[in-house]
Design a binder for this molecule. Structure first.
Ligand SMILES: Nc1nc2c(ncn2[C@@H]2O[C@H](COP(=O)(O)OP(=O)(O)OP(=O)(O)O)[C@@H](O)[C@H]2O)c(=O)[nH]1
Ligand SMILES: [Mg+2]
Length: 449
């Protein structure tokens, strides 16, 4: 007991929108921390005498199902884990041999690393905390028309008398139509699909706090007891009973943060998706800004996040020649957020990584030209070579047209493929193959080992 009291704990926050790669990242990171043969850049690794999974500290949070996820990724018929539907947590502990001049005087140290996984959909709600119902409604309704499934909701909204007394059946119908729109929008690749619990309600399904929808402003405001007024009240209830407790319980005490961003996926989906990603991330990361204006910072008290890593995931779709460009685009995309974090005194770094490398590099020759490509396997077993397209050296060549509302990229398309994890990639003493996961680990926790 006395021993554990003095053992340092690092809480690592793994943040990212849905499908950004959080679950794969956590699984691959833990596997590579347990078997460190592929982690040369993690300098403290040499001093680690043992690494093992331990019961997590929070009794009420389910354990992250590391074993199942690893079996999915590295088993005989490898596949990706399913989307995360609830919060879970894992603790990995290290026994570390003393080093340095005074090392001999000290015994073995123990350091714990706590990692939390959660559905990326819920992260979007961070952006709601600083918006009241009127501004959230206005923003949501403004972008709605161009998105899938919006017409049914907008028709219903137009046909509903919001000034009439509140009626649960009509509230439910509006919420349902709005949820159907969100589900379609997310499936079509839009990032900004808040409120996040509408997509993954869990045990809160059907509760009043999840039964509302955006409504247009009324010139005089909606009368007391009206449907319009009740929508606003429920929005505030959602924020205070759903959003705030989640971030208080799971984002508090975070020492290190990794923000995973599927930049390649957004580029592949086109300029609108890239701009949508930029705006969503800016909205989310605004919550981390320092000072009293950042409600999250205020919620966390004086606790500071010391380091933030911004990682573009799935870099195994690109030959390494292009990784620097992907990193530059990621840095530029998250520019605002990085500036703020730097200001808060947190050290930041941008990296291109693949938590689980599914490809090998090769050179393609086409019409006398050689192209730096990668080769991977598809779900149907075919092995295919992919040249994703040439990313520009200047990030503005993508970010500027995205911001200006371009409909497609000027210089052609960027391709992506649904590669599956490679079978039989595990060797004794080594974790699964990756790209720069060791650099990521060194930046995030290297100084604590
Ligand atoms: N090629 C490649 N694909 C990856 C990698 N990491 C994630 N992916 C792909 O991205 C998908 C989503 O990864 P997850 O780790 O499940 O994403 P998540 O952030 O946990 O998503 P939610 O649980 O929905 O919030 C996977 O199913 C893979 O298709 C990677 O390192 N390389
Ligand atoms: Mg997940």
């Amino acid at each position: 007991m006395s021993e554990t009291l003095f053992e340092p704990v690092i809480r690592l926050g793994v943040t990212g929108l849905s499908r950004a790669g959080k679950t794969v990242f956590i699984t691959a990171l833990v596997a590579n921390l347990l078997d460190r043969g592929r982690m040369p850049a993690l300098t403290g690794a040499a001093q680690i005498r043992a690494a093992f999974l331990r019961p997590q500290p929070d009794d009420t949070v389910p354990r992250f199902d590391y074993e199942s996820h690893l079996a999915a990724l590295t088993g005989p018929s490898p596949h990706w884990p399913e989307g995360t539907r609830a919060v879970s947590e894992l603790r990995i502990s290290f026994r570390i041999a003393p080093s340095g001049l005074l090392g001999g005087l000290r015994g073995m140290r123990t350091v714990h690393l706590d990692i939390v996984d959660y559905p990326g959909e819920w992260l979007l709600d961070l952006g709601l905390m600083e918006q009241d119902f009127a501004s959230w409604s206005a923003g949501t309704l403004a972008r709605l028309p161009s998105r899938p499934g919006a017409a049914a909701f907008l028709d219903l909204l137009a046909a509903t008398d919001l000034a009439a007394p509140h009626d649960e059946t009509r509230a439910r119908a509006l919420a349902q139509a709005f949820t159907e729109h969100l589900t379609l929008a997310r499936a079509a690749g839009w990032s900004d699909c808040s409120p996040g619990r509408f997509l993954l309600p869990g045990e809160m399904a059907g509760s009043p706090a999840l039964t509302f929808a955006p409504v247009p402003p009324a010139p005089e405001g909606y009368p007391k007891g009206s449907l319009g007024r009740e929508m606003a009240r429920r929005y505030e209830a959602y924020k205070s009973h759903v959003v705030r407790p989640f971030f208080r319980d799971h984002f508090a005490r975070i020492d290190r943060q990794v923000v995973l961003v599927d930049v390649l996926g957004a580029i592949h989906a086109g300029p609108a998706a890239l701009e949508d990603l930029r705006r969503s991330m800016a909205g989310i990361l605004r919550a981390f800004r320092p000072g009293t204006a950042g409600w999250l910072t205020a919620l966390l008290g004086g606790h500071r996040i010391g380091k933030i890593l911004f990682a573009a995931t799935k870099a195994d779709h690109l030959h390494h020649e292009q990784h620097a460009r992907l990193t530059a685009i990621t840095g530029a995309l998250l520019r605002e957020a990085r500036d703020r974090a730097d200001f808060a005194g947190a050290e930041t770094l941008a990296l291109s990584i693949a938590a689980l490398r599914t490809t090998t590099e090769e050179t393609l020759s086409a019409e006398g030209e050689t192209l730096p490509a990668v080769r991977g396997r598809l779900a149907d077993g075919r092995s295919v070579a992919l040249y994703a397209g040439e990313l520009p050296a200047d990030p503005a060549q993508l970010l500027a047209p995205a911001r200006a509302g371009a409909e497609s990229w000027l210089d052609g398309d960027y391709a992506l493929m649904d590669f599956i994890p490679a079978a039989g990639a595990l060797r004794p003493g080594e974790g699964p193959p990756h790209i720069r996961l060791d650099r990521a680990a060194e930046f995030l926790i290297g100084d604590k080992l």
